[in-house]
Design a protein around this ligand. Sequence first.
Ligand SMILES: [Zn+2]
Length: 263
Amino acid sequence: MRVLPIPCLSDNYAYLVVCDATKTCSIVDPSTLADTESAIVAIMNEGLTLTEIWATHHHGDHVGGVADVMKRFDVRTVIGFANEERIPEMTTRLADGETRTLGTIAVRGMHVPGHTSGALAYFCEAPGALPCVFSGDTLFSAGCGRMFEGTPAQMHASLMRLAALPSETRVYSGHEYTASNLAFAQHLEPRNTDVTRALALALDKRTNGHATVPSKMADERATNPFLRAAEPTMRPALGLPASATDVEVFAAARAMKDTFRAR
Ligand SMILES: [Zn+2]
């Protein structure tokens, strides 16, 4: 299994998920044909066939290119969450916990509502490769998406499920937001040295024009404030009493992030 990030629009990522053993690949969240075409052509020139499109959720900056990519590359299979009705090109419904294969890659759907009600993450495992997850706009590196269609309890539960994936899981999220997310994380946890280190690394990568994806799930648990509601430092940092629930801590952190501007 190989994963190739494709920068799209201003800060989106599409991804090519490649099974070299069977010469097949899928594309996750093609924002536009224009932004993804050259990467797809390049992979086809390696003798691979693009057989599937995987949609993490219905927002236009993730599925806007689906119809054009289908037509241009004769792709017949478009996968999304089983109960999502807002992706008209969808041909294949993947339910929570349901698995399918792309060549030698085992792909498991994870319904992760909160950013949208039909958000689906794709957890992939293949022989000889590190596991990875395509988390869309649910889990970002050091952050999480806004709750457009869910409650804090739903979003928190979705994030906790993702956080429970194996430590070595590589996290491929929908946007390049890592540096600004870590600035917020540092605001909340100024003494968290993992955050300080991660922020310096992310700024260095961005300065040199490199993507910060993927991150490791173990690092997300150590740095992502939206996975850290249970940490003892979080309640005082958010002005909450010790009796506050983890969901209340998560909700307060999300509300603070909504209006946070890095200095
Ligand atoms: Zn979105």
